[in-house]
Design a protein around this ligand. Structure first.
Ligand code: NAG
Ligand code: NAG
Ligand code: NAG
Ligand code: NAG
Ligand code: NAG
Length: 370
């Protein structure tokens, strides 16, 4: 699928788990001590416990991550992007909007400083960037693209700027040519002029990815959605539609295979559609040149003789892809295998096998969307 436009790799910076509070060993004091009780001891213990709680809370909060698309730079809760091409202000804003962002809105000295030091390190020559501040001739009022109220004390105009707008005016962010200058950076340009670079800013978003995996890989886009959404799969898993898939390189019995998937927050794959079957066929065919057989999440008990998916999806005979002549009536506990043969691949490739057979496995987990 050509939906994967960009990738971002997300790591939990600190997978440190909260340190468990070790209860101090209880001292058995069979005899009453004659001296006065030390009053500060319970206070000290309470204070330490309080500190521990605070540390725990901070650890939990820290596990929220700001995800920035690949090539964007994070600062506080936002992501920033420097374009390398130039367009008019209108085109720039349209381009940002198309990427789920807007031209940068600078609210604080800290943000201004961050942008200054970043842009200074990126290009050696002078560059000007459009930012999200503009004024209409008729209204003569400066407006930020995200409707943040214009606060004169939190702007960084060059001396003499801005002059009252004579035509429609937009604002650019200019790199100073004196290394020590760090205040004067806004100036006006006619909106239809072309500037070398522009600045984007993504709206603030803090995301929490499940902690079942330490690393995630996010691809921009999701089928059927025009929104700015990232589909995230654990590192090494492959996304398809709303799920992530894992191919094992080792083999085990059917029960162990399901246990291994469950242990990773997933289950043996449940194949519901022809598209999913085709995706798995294409992928498994490409990966190994020889024959491989995988467990999938369909099994039957001898006594019930009824096929069941591990996730309780009702078994649908018309959406099953058995090899011709399969399955036979289960004589013992049976699992289903997905047989891959790179050269003679049939679209119908399921076979039933005893669950004690040792095979590779395909696990499936829901993707995370951020
Ligand atoms: C925005 O501009 C970049 C760089 O020119 C381009 O790759 C991207 O496709 C544009 N996006 C939109 C939505 O116009
Ligand atoms: C305007 O900016 C100044 C300086 O950052 C800040 O102290 C003040 O609270 C802001 N005023 C408003 C109304 O946001
Ligand atoms: C599942 O199997 C993989 C590959 O053998 C192994 O790395 C992983 O630790 C196993 N996970 C569990 C929960 O058993
Ligand atoms: C599988 O591969 C075939 C042939 O290369 C292609 O036409 C089809 O779209 C692929 N299907 C999926 C679901 O990737
Ligand atoms: C069974 O699968 C077929 C083919 O994909 C589909 O048309 C049908 O709606 C499914 N039936 C149920 C009950 O899910």
């Amino acid at each position: 699928m050509a939906l994967e436009i960009t990738y971002a790799e997300v790591k939990f910076k600190d997978t440190l788990l909260p340190v468990e509070a070790k209860a101090p060993p209880e001292k058995s004091t069979p005899q009453r001590e004659p001296c006065k009780p030390k009053l500060w001891v319970p206070w000290l213990v309470s204070a330490l416990l309080l500190l521990l709680c605070v540390a725990l809370i901070i650890t939990l909060i820290e596990q929220f991550w700001t995800c920035c698309p690949m090539g964007w730079k994070p600062f506080r809760a936002n992501c920033y992007y420097l374009s390398s091409d130039s367009m008019s202000w209108d085109e720039s804003e349209k381009n940002c909007t198309g990427m789920g962002s807007h031209l940068v809105v600078i609210n604080t000295q800290a943000e201004q400083d961050f942008l200054l030091s970043w842009t200074k390190t990126i290009f050696s020559s002078r560059r000007s960037y459009f930012i999200g501040l503009s004024a209409q001739e008729v209204e003569a009022q400066w407006c930020w693209v995200d409707q943040t109220p214009y606060n004169k004390t939190a702007t960084f105009w060059k001396p003499g700027e801005p002059s009252s707008p004579k035509t429609e005016q937009c604002t650019s962010f200019q790199m100073g040519h004196h290394a020590h200058i760090r205040v004067i950076f806004l100036s006006q340009w006619p909106c239809n002029c072309k500037l070398k670079v522009m600045l984007h800013k993504q709206s603030p978003k803090a995301h929490k990815l499940p902690e079942t995996f330490p690393e995630w890989r996010c691809a921009l886009g999701t089928p059927g959605s025009k929104e700015w959404v990232w589909t995230c799969c654990p590192m090494g898993w492959k996304p398809f539609r709303v799920n992530c898939y894992y191919l094992s390189s080792d083999s085990m019995s059917g029960d162990e295979s399901e246990k291994n998937c469950t242990g990773m927050g997933s289950h043996l794959v449940v194949i519901n559609t022809q598209a999913e079957q085709d995706f798995l066929l294409n992928w498994t065919k490409d990966i190994f040149s020889s024959r491989r057989t995988y467990f999938i999440g369909l099994s039957a008990q001898e006594v019930e003789a009824q096929w069941r998916w591990v996730d309780q999806t009702p078994y649908n005979k018309t959406a099953a892809f058995w090899k011709p002549g399969e399955p036979r009536i289960p004589k013992m506990e049976k699992y289903t295998s997905f047989q891959v043969h790179s050269r003679t691949q049939a679209r119908q490739n399921w076979n039933d096998i005893p669950c004690s057979t040792s095979l590779n496995r395909i696990c499936e987990a829901a993707a995370a969307f951020i």
